[in-house]
Design a protein around this ligand. Structure first.
Ligand code: ZN
Length: 288
């Protein structure tokens, strides 16, 4: 699943590609990506014609494309959804599912999706904050985020700190990759109970999460191509900059010990066994 930096790369690419442009026609090449639209593919296409895109928005990993009329096109990328900008009449990319044409006759937007876990649908009145996204917490790049409030929300949880980082209703945008990277930067074990961390320590961790995602975003920008609005969300070009995630058996960039991979919530966690030691049981638990 794409995490915040990957979705932000898509969002800013779409901003340059569609903002201010009006749809002349939409072709649904495969019905599955529009399965959430109640009226079916033909109604989906017909309801979009004549609408003008406003600036694409994002909260955490959630992306939407507001229209100037107050509705929004929701875009869930799933595992493999990609937007591309192509010249009109250019051959469709592999697994192209939708084509959006514009009244200005300029480049078309295409949505390709190999595995089709993603999807597009219209959110009525969703331009400012779609109902589908309202329960998602602000992310660490949101100018209206209050970091002290997030620190307090994290410290109210008793579960392991990585579970809390992945909880999109506490702070949004962080998935498995950037959780492991932030924990490595902050030298924390993923099972450390969140309520045992000091406010300063939580602040340090959240700052590390913001920094690592900012670094990833900066690298996403470098491989940006005008014709290629998006890449899919796996580690991609930032992979070479990862310190822990996906690096089982490779040396920790800080201390040289081999990174270990451990099962975590049906997936994996990567950590340095020296820099990120398992927390000791709380005082008083010994001998019980
Ligand atoms: Zn280390």
């Amino acid at each position: 699943m794409p995490e915040l930096p990957e979705v932000e790369v898509v969002r800013s690419g779409l901003d340059a590609a569609v903002t201010g442009r009006t749809l002349a026609g939409v072709t649904v090449l495969h019905p599955r990506p529009v399965r959430r639209h109640p009226g079916g593919p033909d109604d989906f296409a017909a309801s979009l014609v004549g609408r003008t895109f406003a600036e694409p928005r994002r909260r955490g990993k959630y992306l939407w494309l507001p229209f100037t009329d107050g509705d929004a096109l929701m875009a869930h990328l799933g595992m493999s959804g990609q937007f591309r900008l192509d010249d009109p009449g250019a051959p469709h990319p592999p697994q192209c599912r939708l084509e959006f044409r514009f009244t200005d006759g300029g480049p078309e937007l295409r949505f390709a999706d190999q595995r089709m876990f993603g999807g597009l649908w219209i959110s009525r009145g969703g331009a400012e904050l779609p109902a589908e996204v309202a329960h998602i917490a602000r992310d660490l790049f949101d100018p209206e985020l209050d970091l002290a409030t997030v620190v307090a929300a994290v410290r109210r949880r008793r579960s392991g700190i990585k579970r809390v980082l992945l909880n999109q209703t506490v702070v949004s945008g962080i998935g498995n990759i950037y959780a492991d990277e932030s924990l490595w930067r902050a030298r924390l074990h993923y099972d450390t109970p969140a309520d045992r961390l000091s406010p300063a320590r939580v602040r340090e961790l959240l700052t590390a999460a913001r920094d690592v995602m900012g670094d990833a975003l900066a690298e996403g920008g470098t491989s940006f191509d005008a014709l290629y609005v998006n890449v899919n969300g796996s580690s991609g070009y930032f992979e070479r900059s990862l310190s822990a995630y996906g690096r089982e058996g490779l040396p920790c960039p800080r201390c040289g010990r081999a990174i270990v991979r451990e099962p975590f919530m049906n997936r994996s966690s990567y950590r340095c066994p020296a820099c990120q030691r398992r927390p000791r049981p709380p005082a008083g638990a010994a001998g019980r």
